[in-house]
Write a protein that binds this ligand. Structure first.
Ligand SMILES: [Zn+2]
Length: 481
């Protein structure tokens, strides 16, 4: 029997943008609908675990067991990251990978109620919806595998479990270490407050912790014998704040003092400040980072202290691939959004009245936005690095109440309810359809690769500001109570 995939591939001219509908995807989508309750349970468990970067042992193990149970070969521990994994099915070309994240954010613990109510004060929470991210990706991979088997489709399907997206640059080490070397296309998504294909360029960034070392002394009896590491942090922060006026528009510099000493009556001999610099262009980020490092040097000189720099992360901007975006847009339009029940609407309307909320009509969740490519985005993601080495496509699904900002307690709250789970299944179905479309259309993959090569230019060579260092597995140390 000739497979439908081969028939379709043969029917498509090179670079075709409007392939025919993919054969036999209806059972795949029906299978996802039938498994929605199961995946909601998986996501809720990961939401409850709320494990931060490189500490996602239970979350990673749960997704691995789902994939292994569905017949994938699972390899745990990738690129020096114990919680990373690769689940694989099939063989040969093309190789299509679906990315899945599962790390939580410090300090965002929140119950599934429309007012601020931590489950445990100071504990982490899924403020970026990565419990939905990883679960939808596993669901899409399992559905796609079943479709490949049923239709005798050749090729390799991988789900790549990627830890520590929030600041730990988990995917960067994977890109650097060649995890994506034989991958032809990457499919991803991210929780959001609308249904759209991500056409914006995110911001490149570099982050790191500056730890100053001084000399402690009694702050009243013998201050002249001390050298304050906190003075060095404050001097550095003063200089970087002055710097804001003299860097290009669209730049961002953020910092937190992660160690400011232990007691005011002791001159602090240790102090630490954690910096992030961002801009859409990596070259500008590198320039700003060099200035921040100079501020640290000046602060150390002026205060008689020394410092160490722990580079925590660095990511490229996201390079949208229009060829793949059109494929995913078509898939998303076929899947469509979803409507709220009366109960969900009541929850959402109360949430929209909470602090710092920009209310957007709830009907947004039922719609799909038109495709738009190339605008500058605001956040950063380590999917960026992947997108510079493999054609990559990513969608947003309305897992949060329209108007919700990422990294907020409102995102944690909705992400643990049926609103989050319905949005998650929009993403799972869209990614599965996108994957089926790509397996059936080698010409589309070739066109996507040609677009990537043209966009990044002939002299492009991937290199990360993180150099050869190992993943900073302890970067969240101290952030979990
Ligand atoms: Zn995120």
């Amino acid at each position: 029997m000739r497979s439908p995939a081969i028939l379709l591939a043969a029917a498509l001219p090179l670079g075709a943008q409007t392939p025919k509908p993919i054969a036999n995807t209806a059972p795949m989508l029906a299978g996802l609908d039938a498994a929605a309750a199961r995946y909601a349970t998986v996501a809720k468990q990961i939401w409850t675990f709320a494990e931060v970067g490189y500490m996602e042992e239970k979350s990673s193990a749960l997704l691995q067991s789902e994939l292994a149970g569905a017949g994938f070969t699972v390899k745990a521990g990738v690129a020096g990251e114990p919680t990373a994994f690769i689940a694989e099915y099939g063989s040969g070309k093309p190789v299509i990978a679906i990315l899945g994240e599962f790390d939580a954010l410090p300090g965002l613990s929140q119950d599934t109620v429309p007012e601020r109510k931590p489950l445990r004060a100071g504990a982490p929470g899924h403020g970026c919806g990565h419990h939905l991210f990883g679960t939808a990706s596993a669901a899409a991979a399992i559905a796609l595998k079943q479709w490949m088997q049923a239709n005798n489709v050749k090729g390799t399907l991988r789900m790549i479990g990627t830890p520590a997206e929030e600041g730990g640059a988990g995917k960067v080490y994977m890109v650097r270490d060649g995890v994506f070397a034989d991958v032809d296309a990457v499919i991803a998504w991210h929780p959001g407050d609308d249904n759209s294909i991500t056409g914006e360029r995110s911001m490149a960034n570099i982050s790191g912790k500056f730890r100053f070392h001084g000399v402690s002394a009694h702050a009243a009896a013998a201050p002249e014998r001390g050298k304050s590491a906190l003075d060095a942090v404050e001097a550095m922060d003063f200089m970087t704040n002055a710097l804001r006026e003299h860097i290009p528009d669209g730049s961002r510099i953020h910092y937190i003092i992660t160690d400011g000493g232990k007691a005011p009556n002791v001159v602090p001999d240790e102090a630490e400040v954690y910096y992030v610099a961002r801009h859409v262009e990596m070259s500008i980020v590198k320039d700003i980072w060099a200035k921040i490092v100079n501020a640290a040097k000046g602060a150390a000189l002026g205060t008689g202290t020394t410092y160490d720099l722990q580079l925590v992360g660095s990511v490229y901007s996201l390079l949208p691939n229009e060829t793949l975006a059109k494929v995913q847009q078509r898939a998303l339009e076929k899947v469509g959004g979803f409507t709220y029940t009366a109960e969900e609407r009541a929850f959402a309307e109360r949430l929209q009245k909470s602090d710092a909320f920009t209310a957007v009509p709830l009907e947004t969740a039922a719609k799909v936005k038109p495709l738009s490519i190339g605008a500058a985005g605001t956040g950063s993601t380590d999917v960026g690095d992947v997108s510079w080495v493999v054609p990559t496509v990513q969608l947003s699904a309305a897992t949060w109440v329209p108007g919700t900002a990422a990294h907020s307690w409102q995102a944690v709250a909705a992400g643990g309810t049926t609103i989050g789970y319905k949005g998650m299944m929009v993403a799972a179905k869209t990614m599965a359809l996108t994957g089926a479309d790509l397996f059936a259309s080698p010409a589309t993959i070739e066109a996507a690769k040609a677009e990537l090569v043209a966009k990044r230019g002939p002299s492009f060579k991937y290199e990360t500001a993180l150099g050869t260092q190992a993943p900073q597995l302890d970067y969240r140390k101290g952030s979990v109570p």
